[in-house]
Design a protein around this ligand. Structure first.
Ligand code: F6P
Length: 341
């Protein structure tokens, strides 16, 4: 039997270590050697690897981050794809890969498989927006962190008679905002999938306060457009060419305060949503995905990712997973909107 290589690439996500442990546990159980590739694609291009066995992955199940390290390098942007990875693959005898990453990483993984390298993907993002799977690991943890934050912000907002805008992650889709907003009882939720009218938002909050409520919580996804009349937020690009987001909540707060005259504060949750220990359901999901990925790799599958379909884990073509970004459905947003104001 050959050697299975495993790497984590792109932004980190609670549950990555549990996936790695799942891959190593099942692969070693089935008699396959496993090599861990350090710092994402960088380790594959620059031959930074470590041998992995059951002992190497003890104690990591509940830890945040990724003990293999990660990077924002793209092997097709910053290197020559398979040609650049081949020396490391050959030297370590790696004949199949498990690549754990988000949409940019899965796209690179698909290209590697098209060049002839057997690859299994494991979809990873707290944003929960990868096509072809019902849910991604790390999402539940991020939602719990954001919900806890909303609960805390609500009591201080109430004490001071304030509006607080809570900005959560969600580059192009508003899954975290919608779920945390529902769970935290948000008074308005703004997400990229649905256009909003800031006058209507302000009117809803005004009506709420006139009806005796002392405070309001508005949850916004970082990827929404700023309100009409407010400047765009300046952004830098990351190595995948994506905008580094953060700050639109300040624009929303300014527009609300201007219209309502209510004191409006902002809390940008940022990377706190990605750090720390995964909740139990993410540890279970990540373990199942890792085990399934090892099985698929050892059974000779390629160019698929492990996907959640109802209660089962199934292979889905990487071409399906990378064809688009999965948004919040109308019915879910409408459920949240029932409680606005
Ligand atoms: O894609 C996941 C994500 O959490 C986005 O919601 C966010 O915009 C991005 O990562 C930030 O990542 P980084 O800080 O690593 O650039």
């Amino acid at each position: 039997m050959g050697v299975l290589g495993v790497l984590t690439a792109g932004g980190d996500c609670p549950g990555l270590n549990a996936v790695i442990r799942g891959v190593v546990g099942r692969a070693t159980e089935r008699g396959s050697e496993v090599v861990g590739i350090l710092d994402g694609w960088e380790g594959l291009v620059h031959d930074r690897t470590i041998p992995l066995d059951r002992d190497a992955v003890r104690g990591i199940l509940g830890r945040g981050g990724t003990f293999l390290g990660t990077s924002r390098m793209d092997p097709y942007v910053h290197a020559e794809g398979l040609v650049s990875c081949s020396p490391t693959l050959t030297k370590n005898g790696i004949d199949r890969l498990v690549i754990i990453g988000g949409d940019g990483t899965l796209r690179a993984a698909m290209r590697l498989s098209e060049e002839g390298m057997p690859v299994i993907g494991v979809p990873k993002t707290i944003d929960n927006d990868i096509e072809g799977t019902d849910i991604t690991f790390g999402f539940s943890t991020a939602v719990q962190i954001a919900t806890d934050a909303i609960d805390r912000l609500a009591t201080t907002a109430e004490a001071h008679n304030r509006v607080i805008v809570v900005e959560v992650m969600g580059r192009t889709k508003g899954w975290i905002a919608t779920h945390a907003g529902i769970a935290g009882g948000a008074d308005y939720i703004l997400i990229p999938e649905f256009e909003y009218d800031i006058d209507e938002v302000a009117g809803t909050l005004r009506h709420r306060h006139e009806s005796g409520r002392r405070y309001s919580i508005v949850v916004v996804a970082e990827g929404i457009d700023p309100p009409v009349g407010q400047d765009a937020v300046e952004t830098k690009k990351d190595a995948f060419g994506f905008d580094r987001l953060g700050g639109v909540g300040y624009r929303v707060a300014a527009a609300i305060e201007e219209r309502t005259k209510f004191e409006t504060r902002v809390s940008v949750l940022g990377h706190i949503q990605r750090g720390g220990t995964p909740v139990a359901s993410d540890r279970v999901l990540a373990t199942r995905l890792g085990v399934a990925a090892a099985d698929l790799a050892i059974d000779g599958h390629t160019s698929v990712m492990t996907s959640v379909s109802g209660t089962t884990i199934e292979p889905v073509a990487l071409s399906v997973a990378t064809a688009g970004i999965r948004g919040v459905p109308d019915h879910l947003y409408r459920t949240a909107a029932t409680f606005f104001g």
